[in-house]
Design a protein around this ligand. Sequence first.
Ligand SMILES: NC(=O)C[C@H](N)C(=O)O
Length: 567
Amino acid sequence: MGQVTFMEGGNKAESHYPESRVLIIMTGGTICMQPSTDGLIPMTGFLENAMAPRPSFNDYSTPTVKLQAYKNGTKVSLESLRTPPTAYSRHIRYGILEFQPLLDSSSISSMGWTEIALTIKENYHLFDGFVVLHGTDSLAYTASALSFMMSDLGKPVILTGSQASIFALQSDAVDNLLGSLIITGTFVIPEVCLFFHHTLFRGNRTTKVSASSFEAFASPNCDPLAKVTSLGVDVNWSLVRRPTRIAEFTVTKYLDTAHVACLRIFPGIKPEMVDSVLRVPNLRGLILETFGMGNAPGGVDGSLTKVIRDAVERGTVVVNVSQCTNGFVSPLYAPGTALGRAGVVFGHDLTTEAALTKLSYLLARPELDYQAVTAQMAHSLRGEMTEMTTPSFSHPAGSIDSAVARLTSAESAFTALGYAISKGDIRTVREILEGDEFNHQLLKKADYAGNTAVHLAAVGPEPEILVDLLTRGGSVHARNRANNTPLYLAEKMGNREGVRLLKEAGAHLWVAERNSGSLPASRSASRPASRSGLSSEVASVSGEKEEYEKENGNGEVKKDENGRSSA
Ligand SMILES: NC(=O)C[C@H](N)C(=O)O
């Protein structure tokens, strides 16, 4: 592994690096636009016209590889290309599904969001992650909407677009798209994100701040999840959300944007004007953009407060968000307190985009009554608002009396963790994993063969350890250097309980892995890794060396029908 040959002339490349597979979903936007007599309009054929001719998106490898995908329940075969090897020793192989018609994003609606979410759902098991190409005008709304529509997401979904067309001489399109592809194909960041101008944001924290600058988006109340620098991608793992329960990925199909409204308060606004908005037939929710920390004119018991109180009594959900880009609303001043007493929900540091789409999402769920909707509006569902709790961080070395837990570096703690996992020593595993920041690092860490703690637990003797790791946010989708997931290893080991748990948490095999025929019949779940002859790489943490049997016996790279390499 690791041999790359670039042929002279740049039109052929051979590489033994593994490939990640990413599905690009093209919805439209400036990125794919070309001039017409009616102004800029989106054009089809993005893969052939915009990506194939560019060496950063195409290593000109042969033979051509088709990727299987689904669109509206129908199987489709997609042309694919792959990037040259990235700094992370991988190729990103990708295909594109183009929506019909392609949109200027100012025309996106709940229907478009549903189409994107369902496309991701039906292709979820076929790709490592998804890049959604979209216009910038409503990108922050779409990113917010998708974050609520997708529950228990285990793979990256990165939205991007550009301020100038990819066909323009000077454009941000190549950087935005390439950065999104590489991050999606390299890191298991299980969130709906927005990537723009070298920065990865949590999607539901973003807002468009410039109509023309390449630095078009900001996330004023949440630090970026990652930054691209000349040294590579710097992921802020302590911010990345992680699963806290064992559940499969699901999608909510519909958002009720038809019965919500958004109103910006201004000095001198008439209560009658607010009242007439609140009396729009069948209106169920209003996002009120107030001054500063959540204040509106009218003071205590003013008539504006009264029309709002009346609406709340009629069952309308009124949510208070700030007009300020940065900061949060709180009932600190008398006008804010009056709104609170009138039954207004304080949206803390929600952006308007997140508040509107979150309310539309909650109102579309028939099982939620008024109380449940208002209660959920005040809490974070997908990291969209800062919870008002004081984070408690304790380093394990400070609180635990065991020798292994007194290890100070993440490196040695990971080794100790791997040892405890291979021995089935759940008590030590838990001791090592106590403490917020620290356990997060450990769950993202991998040994020299790329095995994470979840890989090790998947072939370890104690299923409870796997449960523990999964509920603390370990990913079932991480791949080791041989491109294998924990489920693949568990199947190969015949670890039935591990297979069951991983599948319950949303894990799946590629078609080629299922058909490879190399998965042996199930064996006892308690059989330790080191006895299986599975891989010295898996066994290595426990310090027991075994012969490493390559999956195909001869160590050659083989390609499945989707062109995925396996070593
Ligand atoms: N830069 C852009 O993509 C703007 C375009 N009007 C859109 O949102 O589709």
